[in-house]
Design a protein around this ligand. Structure first.
Ligand code: PLP
Length: 355
């Protein structure tokens, strides 16, 4: 099956045979998925590897969350829901709010106050969600929405919801379709660990169906100040600039650890400095602008390479989970400032070429 070029075709139609669709499942879609897989020529040369990035920031709301949300929303409608709720570090709320608007459902989101990127907040609000900011972190927000969904007729669309992972596993199918087989290694940021679990499911199912022949080593990366899987314990006050993975108690932690160990990969952490260096390098050297959390996959690749974890020439796919425009504040803070000049030719020439 090689259908990843069909951008605009609903994701859950393209991979219908791999999803628990029924005749009663509506197709709620905005043309998600079919995202580009782009080779990083300079980084490949520098590391002696064949490095590609999966640009998940090109999904309709700018992150991979759309893959799972289109299916979770379709199933929620099938099951008669009229309202959905989620806790979110930002991107889940943007996706939930957008797909709920499209499906005609009301949406409530609970976010950690002051800790979500500006673009994500703007999205949740303009798509019409009811946005509650808690004086706490993601783990607090999730505890509250779980209880709300138990006490009220409102469907939970966090990655606890199995349909989210079903939708997200399609990214692994697309990687195999684009490369002709699975890569040697997949590098991916880990927050709640839903996405890495979904990719592992996807690679396994695709091989079983005869569409690929191998499984990649799964390498997951957490931010150092928010690395419960690396430390082997819950982190009560996670801190990192990578707000999308600022999670101290990952919902899919056990499942993800099994994937990383069974595949011969592993989990490691990267510092905020390493994440930001990869973030700047991707933009300024490869022309790829992702959000800081996403860059942890490339920061992790660079760290693992330095530790001798690759064989020369291996093919690596790094998942860039979200679009750089989500977080303009960090982009501006990490860049050289603007040069202000008067509105005349000489000043511009002087600023560019000197005296
Ligand atoms: C949600 C998210 C992650 C983390 O994914 P998990 O499934 O929670 O591990 C990473 N990066 C971005 C940009 C995200 O939105």
């Amino acid at each position: 099956m090689t259908s990843s070029a069909l951008r605009g075709t609903p994701l859950i139609e393209r991979y219908r045979e791999f999803l628990p669709m029924t005749d009663a499942t509506p197709v709620i879609s905005m043309g998600e998925g079919a995202t580009p897989l782009v080779r990083l020529d300079k980084l490949s040369e520098c590391l002696g590897l064949d490095v590609h990035v999966k640009l998940e920031g090109l999904n309709p709301t700018g992150s991979f969350k759309d893959r799972g949300m289109c299916f979770a929303m379709s199933k929620a409608v099938e099951q008669g829901a009229t309202a959905v709720i989620c806790a979110s570090t930002g991107n889940t709320s943007a996706a939930a709010a957008a797909y709920a608007a499209r499906a005609g459902l009301t949406c409530a989101v609970i976010i950690p106050g002051g800790k979500i990127a500006l673009g994500k907040l703007a999205q949740a609000l303009i798509y019409g969600a009811k946005v509650l900011a808690v004086d706490g972190n993601f783990d607090d927000a999730l505890r509250i929405v779980r209880e709300l969904s138990e006490n009220h007729p409102i469907a939970l669309v966090n990655s606890l919801n199995p349909f989210r992972l079903e939708g997200q596993k399609t990214a692994a199918f697309e990687v195999c379709d684009a490369l002709g087989d699975a890569p040697d290694v997949l590098c991916i940021p880990v927050g709640n660990a839903g996405n890495i679990s979904a990719y592992w499911m996807g690679f396994g199912e695709y091989r079983e169906a005869g569409n690929s022949t191998r499984l990649p080593r799964m390498m997951g990366f957490q931010a150092e100040g928010s690395a419960p899987l690396v430390r082997g314990e819950v982190v009560t006050s996670p801190e990192t600039i990578a707000t999308a993975i600022r999670i101290g108690n990952p919902v899919r932690g056990e499942q993800a650890m099994a994937a990383m160990i069974d595949s011969g990969g592993g989990v490691d952490s990267v510092t905020d400095e390493e994440i930001l260096a990869a973030y700047r390098m991707l933009a300024s050297s490869e022309g790829v602008f992702c959000e800081p959390s996403s860059a942890s996959s490339v920061a992790g690749l660079i760290k693992a390479h330095a530790a001798g974890r690759f064989t020369t020439g291996e093919r690596v796919v790094c998942v860039l989970t979200g679009n750089g425009l989500k977080d303009p504040d960090t982009a501006i803070a990490q860049s050289g400032g603007v040069v202000e000049i008067p509105a005349d030719y000489a000043a511009a020439e002087k600023a560019l070429y000197g005296d």
